[in-house]
Design a binder for this molecule. Structure first.
Ligand code: ADP
Ligand code: AMP
Length: 213
């Protein structure tokens, strides 16, 4: 089961990827989480990525593609994976396709979560994230059981630096310019499923699982 999540920043990719990964017993791989872990640990990769992330731009393909291709050959990926935030450009999608085809494999499903920009801008201010396990919450729409604390691992939740309004607008522009064309890419591959991301999180999950089964 090799799955990619598509959709604008804030569409709900991370929220749903966690559930899909649990359902199928496969890893949830978020390139954004990998970059944030590198920033926290002050690695060279993290320092390079930060300057782009702070502006709402994409980290260049030459950094991102190698990092992701290295991750998907890890042992836990042998039954598949859910990619969240990758691919974000056509060259990323082409590189992933080429790497998988060397193992006679391909992406089985691309799930596009559709949410209009107006809804996204309202959602982002309330997003809270777990810096340890990558869990995602919303103060109103998807609150943790205990305010400010991650349900999964008990860590204090944080607001992401790139969720401030001006960066969100820049990230949406980046999405429309560079990432949205992937919808047609995966439609042409015959693996695209589009779901309405404005429904409640459990309804969106039910629609996705219905399509995957
Ligand atoms: P992405 O990974 O696509 O950037 P997230 O999964 O982090 O998006 O979701 C963005 C924000 O919207 C989070 O605060 C999350 O809790 C909230 N959210 C996710 N899905 C829904 C939904 N269906 N309805 C309302 N809020 C949602
Ligand atoms: P995310 O957590 O998916 O919202 O990603 C946060 C930020 O990390 C993005 O705004 C980009 O700057 C960077 N990023 C994550 N994934 C990618 C990718 N596949 N290609 C380029 N940049 C990425």
């Amino acid at each position: 089961m090799k799955i990619v999540m598509l959709g604008a920043p804030g569409a709900g990719k991370g929220t749903q990827a966690v559930n899909i990964a649990k359902e199928f017993g496969i890893p949830h791989i978020s390139t954004g989480d990998i970059f944030r872990a590198n920033i926290k640990n002050q690695t060279e990769l993290g320092m390079k990525a930060k300057s782009y992330m702070d502006k709402g731009a994409l980290v260049p393909d030459d950094i991102t593609i190698g990092m992701l291709l290295d991750r998907i050959v890890d042992n836990d990926c042998k039954n598949g994976f859910v990619l969240d935030g990758f691919p974000r450009t056509i060259p990323q999608a082409e590189s992933l396709k080429a790497a998988l085809s060397l193992q006679d494999a391909r992406i089985d499903h691309a799930i596009d979560i559709e949410v209009p920009d107006e809804v996204i801008t309202k959602r982002m201010g309330g997003r809270r994230s777990c810096p340890k396990c990558g869990g995602t919450y919303h103060i109103a729409f998807n609150p943790p059981k205990k305010e400010g604390i991650c349900d999964n691992c008990g860590t204090e939740l944080v607001q992401r630096a790139d969720d401030k309004p001006e960066t969100v607008l820049e990230r949406l522009k980046t999405y429309h310019d560079q990432t949205q064309p992937l919808i047609d890419f995966y439609r042409n591959e015959g693996v695209l499923t589009e779901v309405d991301g404005t429904k409640k999180p459990d309804e969106v999950l039910a629609d996705i699982l219905g399509a995957l089964r």
